[in-house]
Design a protein around this ligand. Structure first.
Ligand SMILES: OC[C@@H]1[C@@H](O)[C@H](O)[C@@H](O)c2[nH]c(CCc3ccccc3)c[n+]21
Length: 450
């Protein structure tokens, strides 16, 4: 198909992405159990402005309106996550039928609108009951709990949902939750805790993929990673070495483990005593064949030697130029660079860009519109580089904007606006931003390019 950006493969999917805790609200409705983000956001000081996702975008009640907006965007696909604690309020055991019913209605609504559901099983919102029992992902037995959750959900929706992502960004919620303290459960521990949690997440991923394939005919199974090409800040040996360590931690730890069944030797040596306990067969269990790799990409990573995150010892350098509300550099070529990096080293069968977008201080103008020119430029420039990577043979089959609508941005609350749709979080009014109209034109099938 051809659009204002250029030529894209037939069947290329134009999508948008969200996550349950960031949009749903209704945290005590429909039998939903408590999860670690409910706990974390109600911990004084954890979230900017003391905000939380109790209401968020009220998507739990407004999902029909939101599907209508997805149709206005001409979306082919919608990436969303299921809240584990709506399905199994205690993390395991009794299934909550009201939770299944909510997602069943949502999935039917998407299909009726001609929009393919891309489901993420885990986007950071662990049932609190499992966190309380053995510290969540630090307990190896949690793999069985994730398998039961996968089984319940894929039996319920496998007849209608074909694209299944096990985890969103395992590195972020383990390092962020168990070492940096920036994400739930907000613990500051040794890196060994993150590596142990991550090992169990990888095992859960492998076991879950097997269950998805058993329960869902013609399923497409993948995982979503936030991988980033690491550029040394200078040619100084310590910066080059730091960039390699960052590449090991941020990229090769995940790609080697999940696609090759081995942890990268240089990082194993670096982590030493912090390494997780690996049982016989573990590496084979996690490295199940995948139908696709999801990549979340926003920025470039310019890395120098530093004292952050011992023993990786790196620090991020923010180059001059345009920056977003997240303090991230705008560097559109990052999407081309990461696709070439992954394709040349690992050659996954299919790739989706599962998140790409920009946080801006969007405001409604007196004319009632949101003139987010910078987001239009960001999307246009990244899509131009994406198109180049595809033209050079990288098997990208779809692109999902982060995000459908302005939502709860974790520890930063509601201030960073990433949406194609503006949300007034007092009134819950939705307003299509100019970037939404731009994206709708890109996604429109019969766009005639003169
Ligand atoms: O920060 C914007 C989005 C989040 O709202 C999504 O839930 C999450 O999947 C996601 N990942 C990234 C890139 C990795 C990252 C995560 C957290 C902090 C910094 C970078 C950006 N985002």
């Amino acid at each position: 198909m051809k659009n204002a950006i250029g030529e894209f493969p037939e069947g290329f999917l134009w999508g948008a992405a969200t996550a349950a805790y960031q949009i749903e609200g209704a945290v005590t409705e429909g039998g939903r159990g408590k999860n670690i983000w409910d706990t974390f956001t109600h911990t004084p000081g954890a979230i900017k402005n003391g905000e939380n996702g109790d209401i968020a975008c009220d998507h739990y009640h407004r999902w029909r309106e939101d599907i209508a907006l997805m149709q206005q965007l001409n979306l082919d696909a919608y990436r969303f996550s299921i809240a584990w604690s709506r399905i199994l309020p205690q993390g395991r055991g009794t299934v909550n039928q009201a939770g299944l019913d909510f997602y069943s209605r949502l999935i039917d609504g998407l299909l009726e609108a001609g929009i393919q559901p891309f489901v993420t099983l885990y986007h950071w919102d662990l049932p609190q009951a499992l966190q309380d029992e053995g510290k969540g992902w630090l307990r190896r037995g949690i793999v069985e709990d994730f398998v039961q959750y996968t089984d319940v959900v894929t039996r319920a929706f496998g007849d209608r949902v074909k694209h299944w992502t096990t985890f969103n960004e395992p590195g972020v919620f383990t390092w962020g939750g168990y070492v940096l303290g920036e994400d739930a459960p907000g613990w500051r521990m040794q890196p060994g805790a993150a590596l142990t949690a991550l090992h169990h997440v990888f095992l859960a991923h492998g076991a879950s993929a097997q269950v998805i394939r058993e329960n869902v005919p013609q399923s497409q199974v993948g995982i979503v990673l936030d991988i980033n090409v690491a550029e040394p800040a200078s040619e100084a040996p310590e910066d080059v070495a730091a960039a390699l360590r960052f590449d090991g931690m941020q990229n090769r730890w995940f790609l080697d483990a999940l696609l090759r069944g081995e942890y990268p030797a240089d990082m194993v040596a670096l982590f030493g005593e912090q390494m997780p306990r690996i049982e016989t067969g573990d590496m084979q269990r996690m490295a199940v064949p995948l139908d696709y790799l999801g990549i979340n990409i926003y920025r470039r990573s310019v890395i120098a030697h530093g004292d952050e995150l011992v023993p990786v010892n790196y620090c991020r350098v923010l180059p001059p130029g345009e920056h977003t509300l997240m303090g991230w550099e705008v560097y559109p070529k990052c999407i081309y660079d990461i696709l070439k990096y992954v394709n040349e080293r690992y050659g996954p069968p299919k790739i989706y860009i599962t998140e790409n977008g920009i946080a801006l201080p969007d405001e409604v103008s007196p004319d009632g519109h949101v003139h987010d020119e910078r987001r239009i430029a960001y999307l246009r420039d990244h899509l131009t580089y994406l198109q180049r990577a595809i033209a050079e043979g990288v098997p990208v089959r779809g692109y999902f904007v982060w995000t459908l609508m302005d939502n709860f941005e974790w520890a930063l609350g509601f201030e960073p606006r990433f949406g194609l749709i503006y949300v007034d979080h007092q009134t819950q009014q939705r307003i299509m931003k100019d970037s939404g109209y731009f994206y709708a034109d890109i996604a429109k099938k019969e766009t005639a390019v003169k």
